[in-house]
Each structure stands twice: as structure tokens, then as C-alpha cells.
Design a protein around this ligand. Structure first.
Ligand code: GLU
Length: 544
């Protein structure tokens, strides 16, 4: 077969010789040991925890080694492309402070651009043409229906599905058949002519999993689709080579394609980057563990964390805990250090399914948020409210002094122990709502209606906003005594039947009346923050 003429017929035109690209995209000038890593999402609009998981690992490894992290957009599949997806990727990763050095919409050095695969079609085609010329790729004219029939036949025979060996019909077309099809204007794809044999095992060193064994590829995979755009397999091989990637951390769902990638790099004559296959994030679902699912688990989407207002550092701390087995201990010992100071390694990454537990994340979140100053918390909540909050919530921040007092109280700043009531921004905003809006619902009172009202009325008579907390509490005791409640807990404990309840029941009445909630930080301080008028108004309303 005259492959050169065939290549010219299939991909007409002058393509630069391959050396041209080697020179155009030269090896990077980086210190020894520096790793070049990337994030290569498809613009499907769905960016998930698995992406963040890989992003953190790639980012750490690149920057720790003095290397480069870049963003490449794998948009070869138009059907899955969604408008605004690149923005979504960038927003999500910016929230988690993943810093790219270069790439799509990043700026930085553009020696290795373009960063969108669709803009690199020319490079891919040059290499496809080369593979046709050397007899390692061929046109395939099989229709979707034919391929579907083939799949059914193979399934029925319990054989491996795909286009390979005796099933690779177009692999053996004669020159005459091919030109006839072309003359008839039949659409075609280009397939790799695989030389592999699945009986042969290849030892492979995975950067995460260590030594693994894979079988040789024998699938004649599509490398160029009928629209002249390559498949992911082919495009990523070209790009990782010419973007001079040294390490690819990607999800383990790609492990099955590794044999194809090994063969592609070999046939292209490229040195392979190292690959590390990241284990999948699992969720405990009753008795079983399963992969986090897009359909069932909202927490898989990174949008979820921004909308809920998770504190980015907390999510990162949790991800690092899952990613590197020695991180948790290091962090306990070094709570003051920046996360960047932790020495991250691919070898310490988990080799099999990692359990993602949102309760654990929530605990970490509480802990991380409890370390903030009131000012930092103010910024954090305000930034969240600006983007996701309602108009009323945005209004909470108008009186900066008041908000700072609220946060100081709710976080226990200056107290004996920091409180850990805040998990996320949305939850915290809900938690502090009663400082800014009158309660609409009230927790259940322990004390019945008829006893409650006299308590509230007595309070209105005695209340003086100038009272310090001691005087205030003495008055609460008086109210208790006047209404048949024990003013001292110890009295109540010795003879509970002698009283309607204790001073703590009286305090609860006032607490719920003021805030709607049975559990709050110090009530005297809350009333101080609310001010005289608002406190009276709320007590008044509760008597109604
Ligand atoms: N475009 C692929 C994805 O979004 C990237 C896989 C890889 O990192 O190589 O899953």
C-alpha cells in the first residue's frame, strides 16, 4: 500500500515536519526535579470534588518542586460542551486558591499555547498524517449502526467489545476498497493500527499505586474523528508531550485506558510523563461503600461548597487529610504553619478508595472557623452574602460595629473557650439571624403559657439596659422567686416539688422570647447588642 499517497488523500495539505513542533515547543528550562503538572478538565460545566482532589495534588507537586501547573481545556467533545464552563472551572478553583502558572484564560507564559484542544487541531492532524504515512493508522468507514451491531455480536459471544483483531474490518481494506469508499464520499474516522497483544503484560510504575501490571493494548482506537478533531486519548498524548508535562495525576477511571496511552506514546516516539492514578472518592451508604455520584450526592459538585459557603481552607485541609496519609499528624503538630509548608508526595497518596465523610469535613470546618478573628469572619461571611445571600442578609453587614459584636460573642472570642458553632457561611448566617431579624418561630418553652406571661411582664417592669450582667441576673432571680420558681438551683434540687421550676426555666423563657431559640450564647450580651427598644419589643411580642 502506498501510505504516503493515502495520507495525502485523507489529510491533504502541507503540514510542517514533526521536528518543527519539537522546536516550537522546546523542553522547559526548569531546575532539575521540577515537575510540570496540569489540570485538564473537559468543559462540561460540572466540576467536582475529584477535580479538586487532583488539582490540589498537582498544584502541590508542581509548586513544591519549583515547577509549573497549567490549565488545559479538553474540549474535543462538542456534545458535552457547555457555555461558561471555563469560567465555572476557574471560579471553582480560584475559590480553593489553586494557583495556575499558565493556561486557558490564565495569562502567564504562552510558549506552549494554545490551551484549548480545539485550537490545536493542526498539530494533531500533522501527527495523524504521519502515523498514516508510516502505516500505523488507517481510515475506518464503519457506520454507527455497524459498530453497534459489532458490539451486540461481541456481547452475545461474551467477547471483549471494541474494534480489534479480526473484528477490525477496515484494518484490512485493500487500497482499492479505500479509494472506492473515499470516491463515494463516505465519512471516515482514523484509527490507530495497534500492534499490541493482550496476552503480553507490561509492568508499569504508577506514581501513586506503585508497581502495577497492565496488559498490552490491541484496540484500534479512533484517534481522529470524522470532524477532523482527535479523541481525548490522542490529543492528551500530543499535548502532554508538547506542553512538556512530567507528571499526570488523574482519576483512576483512566487506568483502563492506560494501555492505549502507552501504545500511543510509543508509536509517536514520545517519552511518557509519569502517571499517578488517584483513587476514587467513596461514600458510606448504609452498609456499603460506593463512589460519590453526580445524581445522588450534591456534595460531589464544587458548586455545593461555594453555595453553602464552606471555608475554602477547611475543605483543603480535609482534602489534604485524605490525600496524604501523614498530613493529619503533621497538621496537629504544626497548626500555625501554612498548608504550603507540608511536604506533599505522590507516594503517600492513598492507593485504593478513599472515604469522603461530610461529617468529618464539618468538624474540620468548625475548627478552622473557630480560629478566625471577628474581622476575618466578617470578611468571609460578607463575601459569601454578596454572592449567595438574600437582600436582608446583605443588610446584616451595614452596621459593622454590631456585626463584629455579634461575631465576637458567637465565636466566644475573649471568653474562656472558643465556641465552635459555625460550620459554613450559610449556616452561620442562619445562626446569627436573630440578631438582625425578629424571630418568626419559637423553640418550645418548658414553661406553660399561663406561667410564662407573668415572667415576661415582670421582666419588662424590671428591665434596665444600664444594668451590668450581675445586676441583670439578680433581677432574673427576683422574677423567679416572685413567680414561684426557685431562685437558686440548689434549692430547687433539694425540693423540686415546692417550685414551678428553677431560675434556669425563667432564663429560658426570656431567651426564647428574645431570640426564638432555646440555645444561645450569653443572653445579657445578646440583649445589650439588640439594644433597649428591640429587646422590649421582642419581649412584648412574646407576651402577646
Ligand atoms: N479531560 C479529562 C477529564 O476531564 C482529563 C483526564 C486527564 O486528566 O488526563 O476527565
Amino acid at each position: 500500500m502506498d501510505y504516503k499517497t493515502l495520507a495525502e488523500r485523507l489529510l491533504p495539505g502541507n503540514y510542517p515536519d514533526l521536528e518543527f513542533y519539537e522546536k516550537k515547543y522546546p523542553p522547559r528550562d526548569l531546575p532539575k526535579g521540577a515537575q510540570v503538572t496540569r489540570l485538564a478538565p473537559s468543559p462540561t460545566g460540572f466540576i467536582h470534588l475529584g477535580n479538586l482532589f487532583a488539582a490540589i495534588a498537582n498544584e502541590r507537586i508542581a509548586h513544591q518542586s519549583g515547577g509549573v501547573l497549567y490549565l488545559r481545556i479538553e474540549d474535543t467533545d462538542l456534545k458535552r460542551k457547555v457555555d461558561g464552563a471555563v469560567e465555572a472551572v476557574k471560579n471553582a478553583l480560584r475559590y480553593f486558591d489553586i494557583k495556575f502558572d499558565e493556561g486557558a484564560e490564565i495569562g502567564g507564559d504562552d510558549t506552549y499555547a494554545p490551551w484549548y484542544q480545539r485550537q490545536r487541531a493542526e498539530i494533531y492532524r500533522a501527527f495523524v498524517k504521519h502515523l498514516i504515512e508510516i502505516g500505523r493508522a488507517y481510515p475506518c468507514f464503519c457506520s454507527e449502526e455497524e459498530l453497534e451491531r459489532l458490539r451486540e455480536e461481541q456481547t452475545e459471544k461474551k467477547e471483549i467489545t471494541g474494534y480489534y483483531g479480526k473484528y477490525a474490518k477496515c484494518r484490512n481494506l485493500t487500497e482499492e476498497d479505500i479509494y472506492q469508499n473515499l470516491d463515494a464520499g463516505k465519512p471516515f474516522v482514523i484509527r490507530l493500527k495497534s500492534m499490541g497483544n493482550p496476552e503480553n503484560k507490561i509492568k508499569f510504575r504508577d506514581a501513586i499505586k506503585g508497581e502495577i501490571t497492565v496488559t498490552e493494548n490491541n484496540q484500534d482506537v479512533v484517534i481522529l474523528k470524522s470532524d477532523g478533531i482527535p479523541t481525548y486519548h490522542f490529543a492528551h498524548a500530543i499535548d502532554d508531550h508538547f506542553m512538556r508535562t512530567t507528571l499526570v495525576i488523574r482519576g483512576e477511571e483512566w487506568l483502563a485506558s492506560l494501555p492505549i496511552h502507552i501504545e500511543l506514546f510509543d508509536v509517536l516516539g514520545f517519552e511518557r510523563p509519569r502517571y499517578g492514578h488517584n483513587c476514587s472518592l467513596m461514600k458510606q451508604d448504609g452498609e456499603t461503600r460506593r463512589k460519590l455520584s453526580k445524581r445522588k450526592d450534591p456534595e460531589l459538585s464544587l458548586e455545593f461548597y461555594r453555595k453553602e459557603g464552606y471555608y475554602a481552607r477547611a475543605v483543603k485541609v480535609y482534602m489534604l487529610t485524605l490525600l496524604n496519609s501523614n498530613f493529619e499528624e503533621w497538621y496537629l503538630k504544626n497548626p500555625e504553619k501554612t498548608l504550603e509548608e507540608f511536604k506533599f508526595t505522590a507516594e503517600k497518596m492513598s492507593k485504593s478508595g478513599t472515604l469522603f465523610d461530610i461529617d468529618k469535613l464539618n468538624d474540620i470546618s468548625k475548627n478552622e472557623l473557630s480560629k478566625l478573628t471577628a474581622e476575618e469572619m466578617f470578611e468571609f461571611l460578607q463575601t459569601w452574602a454578596e454572592e449567595f445571600g438574600g437582600e436582608t442578609q446583605k443588610g446584616y453587614f451595614e452596621d459593622r460595629g454590631k456585626m463584629l459584636k455579634v461575631l465576637t460573642l458567637c465565636m466566644g472570642i475573649g471568653g474562656k473557650k472558643r465556641r465552635k458553632d459555625f460550620t459554613t457561611a450559610s449556616q452561620a448566617m442562619d445562626f446569627i439571624k436573630y440578631f438582625f431579624e425578629r424571630p418568626e418561630n419559637y423553640d418550645e418553652y418548658r414553661v406553660p403559657d399561663e406561667t410564662r406571661k407573668p415572667i415576661l411582664k415582670s421582666f419588662l417592669v424590671k428591665y434596665d439596659p444600664a444594668d451590668d450582667s450581675q445586676v441583670w441576673f439578680t433581677k432574673i432571680k427576683e422574677i423567679a422567686a416572685e413567680n414561684g420558681f426557685a431562685a437558686e438551683m440548689k434549692d430547687y434540687k433539694t425540693a423540686p416539688e415546692a417550685y414551678k421550676g428553677s431560675v434556669s426555666d425563667v432564663a429560658e423563657v426570656l431567651r426564647i422570647a428574645t431570640t426564638g431559640k432555646a440555645n444561645t450564647p450569653d443572653l445579657w450580651t445578646i440583649q445589650q447588642i439588640l439594644g433597649e427598644e428591640e429587646t422590649k419589643e421582642r419581649i412584648q411580642r412574646a407576651t402577646a
